[in-house]
Design a protein around this ligand. Structure first.
Ligand SMILES: Nc1ncnc2c1ncn2[C@@H]1O[C@H](COP(=O)(O)OP(=O)(O)O)[C@@H](O)[C@H]1O
Ligand SMILES: [Mg+2]
Length: 364
């Protein structure tokens, strides 16, 4: 764990009757990229604006390097924000946009010119200094906004949905570009997005937000493979949440999971993930790509059940199947359809589950 640069303690913010941020607690380490990920309206932008000083919290505290930011205006915070619409000054040249924060800080003119040139080089916009924002593409405007934010060497860089206004191909390219900048310059970044793929591919850690709070904070792998709640499991990626009952397995280190289609023999969850208690109702979190399909043959291997293909969709990369197990649907993704072949709708298949599955206690 790196040292904590930014700390949020029970932060709350209300707009009239709406509680936009409802007790957010967590920290950001130096040099990491943390993403606030959650559905529209869950409070991501509000929380980012609270950190940047564009809003003042109703309760709790926000600490930068241990010092409270209460009452400190945005331009004195050592934070810099890139807004979703970039918010460039339309009447200023690119160079003057980037120089804005440096002029406000009254740096000598020569130094400003040198810094601006260096920043434009960093974001690969050398030679664009004299243009106006409207003479640039969306992607280039975003680089200007990024250079402007970086100019003051913020301790924390705040990015609100930075890629959402770009077309699909550029969006993917800019993920890598932002990540490259972040690692090269050792930046501490909070990124806000509702795009799970963006979050998974860019982040050191992801904070899943729901109703103004963090529901789970962890690495992309933690969040995808070991979601803490059903909400996290279903928000990230496609998933089967299989209801069932747990009992002791026949061998040590085994648990039996009794689902509607039969009993799965699973490896008991290893500490620190204790898993739900034996004899309780649980949910098995089963990603569609972890299930294997094959032609049925006797005897069926362990954790394998007969099913019938109800639906199949070819997407190029994978075939997305809906397989009926005893009449109820299971989502299965099969890779490499050219090599593996496809199972036509109506065909009988053998459905094999892995021995290691993430288990959640049943909710409600
Ligand atoms: N200035 C505002 N006035 C009133 N309500 C607001 C304001 N800003 C945000 N909200 C409300 O606060 C909640 C969280 O909004 P926001 O932080 O923008 O969510 P997100 O960025 O996750 O989509 C929403 O219900 C939104 O309507
Ligand atoms: Mg938002």
């Amino acid at each position: 764990m790196g040292d904590t640069v930014l700390e949020l303690v029970d932060v709350t913010k209300r707009f009239g009757a709406v509680t936009a941020v409802a007790g957010a607690t967590g920290g950001v380490h130096r040099g990491e990229l943390v993403t606030f990920l959650g559905p529209s309206g869950c409070g991501k932008t509000t929380l980012l604006r609270l950190v940047g000083g564009f809003l003042e919290a109703d309760g709790g505290s926000i600490l930068l390097e241990g010092k409270s930011l209460r009452g400190v205006p945005p331009h004195r915070r050592d934070t810099a924000m890139v807004f979703q619409n970039y918010a460039l000054f339309p009447h200023l040249s690119v160079a003057d946009n980037v120089a804005y924060g440096l002029k406000a800080r009254r740096l000598p003119r020569g130094e400003i010119t040198a810094r601006v040139e260096e920043l434009l080089k960093t974001v690969q916009l050398e030679g664009f200094g004299e243009r106006r924002p409207h003479q640039l593409s969306g992607g280039q405007q975003q680089r200007v906004a990024l250079a402007r934010a970086l100019s003051i060497q913020p301790k924390v860089l705040l990015l609100d949905e930075p890629l959402s206004n770009l077309d699909a191909a550029l969006r993917v390219a800019m993920r890598a570009e932002i990540r490259r900048l972040q690692t090269a310059l050792h930046l501490t970044v909070i990124l806000v997005t509702h795009d799970q793929e963006e979050a998974i591919s860019m982040s050191d850690r992801i904070a899943i937000m729901r109703h103004g709070r963090f529901e789970q904070v962890g690495t992309p792998l933690d969040i995808y493979e070991s979601p803490a709640t059903e909400f996290v499991a279903t928000f990230i990626g496609r998933v089967n949440l299989i209801p069932g009952r747990l009992s002791q397995g026949p061998e040590a280190g085994q648990v039996a999971f009794h689902a509607w289609f039969g009993t799965l023999m699973l490896r008991a969850p290893a500490p620190p993930q204790a898993g739900p208690p034996i004899s309780s109702e649980a949910r098995a979190v089963i990603r569609p790509e972890r299930v294997l399909l094959a032609s049925p043959r006797e005897p069926l291997p362990r954790n394998t059940f007969r099913g019938e293909v109800a639906e199949s969709t070819y997407t190029g990369q994978v075939v997305r199947y809906t397989v009926l197990l005893q009449g109820k649907p299971l989502r299965v993704d099969a890779w490499d359809p050219v090599r593996v072949g496809r199972f036509p709708e109506g065909s009988a298949v053998a459905v094999q589950f892995p021995e290691t599955l993430h288990l959640l206690p049943a909710e409600g």
